[in-house]
Ligand binder design. Sequence first.
Ligand code: PEP
Ligand code: MN
Length: 360
Amino acid sequence: MENNKEMRAWLDDLNLNHPLVIAGPCSAETEEQVLKIAHDLKDTDVSYFRAGIWKPRTRPGNFEGVGALGLKWLQKVKAETGMKVCTEVANAAHVKLALEHDIDMLWIGARSTVSPFIMQEIADALEGTDNPVLIKNPVNPDLALWLGGIERIYASGVKNIGAIHRGFSTYEKTKYRNNPEWQMAIEFQNKFPDIPLINDPSHITGKRDMVFDVCQTALDLNFDGLMIETHFDPDNAWSDAAQQVTPSTLVQIMRDLKVKKEGDAEAEYNSKLNNLRAQIDVIDNQIIDMLGKRMQASDGIGQLKKDRNVAVLQSKRWNEILGRMVLEGEQHGLSEEFILKMFKAVHQESINHQEKIING
Ligand code: PEP
Ligand code: MN
């Protein structure tokens, strides 16, 4: 799959002067709930109304969605409000039913993108549709899996494509429900600058009071749009209660967000700055990771020296390393002074590790 401007035609054709907004409840619960939220969102920046009707739940025993019945409610939303509608599909039967009920746009959830079998089944069912299809990132931070899913959909003739960044699950608890791993989104944009990239701050944060900041970061990073879960009574929502915002909060969020306009020098500056800072954060993490690995190798050497009863400090070897690194550093624009300082610190840490091992 090559980057291709046609993929974003569906978005460009909307001629928006603001980021694309997709909003609506996590789940369609009742006809009244769906219609009330839709009417509350009708005269806002929202272009697409969302509601999940088949709900993938991590554990069984929770509300699993109203099913095909909800498609009729979405048709009513279209008829009564003029908004376009979208829902999640997770197998060929869902695709067939959704297209039969004139659902304008479909999205594929994070738990489906992980499975090439499911993605192929969905891709086959979508063959040739003109409706836009948005592919959420897989639950695990694997760019190839995300791109592979998109490629399967694209290869079946779906030309109107988009991607949704909804964050990645982690074993360790963080302040996010799903860690954004912004560098993955940046890499995605670098590879496919013309695939519309939509941020889903609701599933990233899991908490409504963090939604605004994630929206702002996404816009600073040049995302094309936002998908925000919205409910008139979030606390009593049947799924994802903690992360949904009310329609009036959504309007306020859209008002407060700094959106980059053509020729807006400050926004341009912020966007470039944030993009570069995100890159630096990624590289700093890589440096720490590499240093950790270097010390592990050093521990191994410490063990060998201990077994052989050899001294820790071996100046000849060390001078060779330093000489090589000074030359290498020069080629990367790094001064001799910096290389010497840095490698002396690395060497000292290495000696400390080895001494610890040798002295038990
Ligand atoms: C959803 O959008 O409600 C949803 C289930 O999202 P995800 O696939 O990102 O978990
Ligand atoms: Mn949800």
